[in-house]
Design a protein around this ligand. Sequence first.
Ligand code: SAH
Ligand code: SF4
Length: 409
Amino acid sequence: MSDVSAASPTGMTPGAIDPHVVDRFEQPVDGKMDILGLDRAELKTALIEAGVPEKQANMRTQQIWSWVYHHGVTSFDEMKNVSKDVKAKLAERFRISRPTVVDAQYSEDGTRKYLVKFADGNEAETVYIPDDDRGTLCISSQVGCTLNCRFCHTGTQKLVRNLTANEIVAQMMIARDDLEEWDQSSHGRKVTNIVLMGMGEPLYNFDNVKKAMHILMDEQGIQMSRRRITLSTSGVVPMMQKCGDEIGVNLAVSLHATNNDIRDEIVPLNKKYKMEQLLEACAKYPGAHNARRITFEYTMLKDVNDKDEHAKELINLIKKYKLPAKVNLIPFNPWPGTPYECSEWDQIKRFSDIVFQAGISAPIRMPRGRDIMAACGQLKSESQKIRKSELLRQQKAAAESGEVVVGAD
Ligand code: SAH
Ligand code: SF4
């Protein structure tokens, strides 16, 4: 175990919180290098190291990149325009793998939730949410989260590790596999947007998130536009400018409160980075302007942050810092053992109306995929429950037959 200051490329510790991140899992078991997670320059270098003549390196890189990111192939055999002996050489050194999808659930409303198991056995979730005019993929950046926001179930998970760039890119790949989205022109795309709003705090895993986003944005590959990617942070202030400068994606900030007293209580990171610092960093966020506003996420917690006066305080803050902002009101998703309740529907509407009347957009984000528990802060909890009960069933059956079953966790 190491603390986040050692494990995180940012070298920061989040103040009053005492995070522990398990060591990063790096190498695949078979010793081969996974193509997913390499950027194009790294792939070229790796090919040269593997014996591809330098003269051919650009061409081979382009061919492989296209097979991987346009056609979604997972074996070198499928690369039709690559000669047999080169394919054999590649297969000796490299792999194009996918993590295992241990569970895929489809909601009646089209939402799809994938429980993804990585090579070291850790798991995270990825959710696809289709809408009329778009399809959004919600990607995880860590297994668990060190930050313990009081209303979020992810924060209660003990185990935390950063996902590698490979594992972040792989979430897009498994979604496109499942949606049969390969070989499509950008016109017929199903995943049109990415939000880094799954498990984990993306700005505590900056380098891997940055690399993964650049791979997904690569002009010769999937070509996601940076304008269609949104990174959500709970407020890691010193990394926000860097995020804008080096990744250049849209920013969402988990605000959830209108003053430090409330925010200290529900988002403990606020004890380290106060709201004033956070809002100043938002005002300076590179590329933020009216056509490209910052999103404030605001989870509606009954009698905590949902009163009319909070709505007014929120308006004042947005005006005071002259923020090009919109607010997403998220009805709280309760989970077993939580001390909070979701605000009354009428109060959520009132709150939204008050903010709208001040000229600030404040839509209510309707929960999607409720039937498959695909909502914020609930990722992984239900599937763990199901699998634990399945394990118990197996243990019981095994006890009856005299076998031994090893625990899944
Ligand atoms: N860690 C990042 C991104 C992931 S969470 C962050 O905190 O910004 C995506 C959003 O869902 C965040 O705004 C988060 O605060 C919110 N959220 C977490 N648990 C929730 C719950 N139980 N109900 C409603 N929203 C929740
Ligand atoms: Fe972590 Fe975000 Fe959950 Fe807070 S809301 S515990 S930062 S995942």
